[in-house]
Design a protein around this ligand. Structure first.
Ligand code: ES4
Ligand code: ZN
Length: 326
């Protein structure tokens, strides 16, 4: 019997999305074939069966390994194009997209190849779908501060394509303060700043991201709820938190979606948004995350609308563009 038509997804912005985490098994195998690379999995199903993670590090090991298939400017354009086609179906009207240049330059792919490929697909999506986009260049926090500085300098000729810098990868043991200098340089260059903090790491890392790096948003930040003084600070300054519910469950940051602190975060007055993080790996794109929290946490339509509004309020769009979405 025909299924009932699903209602149109709410228009929303996606603010926490790693483009490398949108690499679906089908595209991974297609790019492997195109580039003459052998993947250590028999087929797409075998690869998908590897998507079972104990923690952030066990996910990152597979995430970095599968990037081996991304080599040419066309590869990066195809990757971003595939994401934006999915995003369009999920109601995304604006996307602020992370990429990890060091994960590619370490394999001999020039940073210009990465940025030019991504930028080509982003420009095309604006034309085809009317989706506006920004790029956020992330530093790998488990690499050295010197490597981050060298990466920032290598990116200088491309900064007109980059809106913000971010900080990602293995959190515990790599506090934000390690990257004080590169974030100061980015701010001096007029870039916005964000950082993953309080995903696996403690509230102290969120404080450092705010007070040492001067970030404009916190990515994840769910562990902020352990520190009432920190919550008060985040509420007072209306610092946005880009929460990723399905990611939190898959990486065992949260035991069960029904236990997710999202409702408590909203009740506390935090400026929370819902995002997909690495949708190919975590079982859903952004509207899939909206529907999952609706079903598991019993969020009503008004709360879902608040989350969608928050996504534009928390974006780096200028005031006029933001108002057009609100
Ligand atoms: C990431 Cl879920 C998550 N956390 C930290 N770094 C990341 N890079 C890609 N996904
Ligand atoms: Zn992330």
């Amino acid at each position: 019997s025909p299924s009932a038509p699903s209602p149109a997804p709410l228009p929303k912005a996606e603010l926490h999305l790693h483009i490398e985490g949108t690499l679906e098994p089908g595209l991974a195998f297609a790019l492997a074939r195109r580039n003459g690379i052998e993947l250590p999995y028999a087929d797409e199903d075998a690869l998908r069966r590897a998507y079972s993670f104990a923690d952030l590090q066990s996910f990152l090991n597979l995430y970095y390994a599968l990037m081996a298939v991304l080599r040419t400017e066309d590869d990066f354009a195809d990757l971003a194009h595939a994401y934006l086609a999915r995003a369009q179906e999920q109601g995304v009207r604006h996307a602020e997209i992370f990429f990890d240049p060091q994960a590619h330059t370490a394999r001999g792919v020039p940073i210009g190849t990465v940025i030019d490929g991504l930028a080509r697909a982003l420009d095309a999506a604006e034309e085809t779908y009317g989706i506006s986009t920004r790029l956020i260049m992330c530093f790998l926090r488990d690499e050295s501060a010197e490597s981050a500085l060298a990466t920032f300098e290598a990116a200088r000729p491309h900064l007109h394509r980059i809106t913000a810098v971010g900080l990602d990868s293995a959190e515990v043991g790599h506090p934000p303060s390690k990257f004080r200098e590169v974030f100061a340089r980015a701010r001096e260059a007029g870039l916005k700043c964000v950082a993953h903090a309080g995903e696996e790491g403690p509230p102290a890392y969120v404080w450092e991201a705010l007070d040492v790096l001067g970030v404009d948003r916190i990515d994840h930040g769910v562990r902020s709820m352990e520190d009432p003084r920190l919550v008060a600070r985040l509420v007072a300054d209306q610092v946005p938190l880009t929460v990723c519910p399905l990611s939190n469950v898959r990486l065992r940051v949260i035991d069960d979606l029904a236990d997710h602190p999202l409702p408590a975060m909203l009740d506390a007055g935090l400026l929370v948004t819902v995002n997909s993080d690495d949708p190919s790996y975590f079982g859903g794109y952004v509207d899939d995350n909206f529907r999952a929290v609706r079903d598991a946490l019993g969020l009503d339509q008004e709360t879902l609308r608040t989350l969608a509004r928050n996504s534009f309020r928390a974006s780096f769009l200028d005031e006029a563009a933001r108002d057009r979405h609100l």
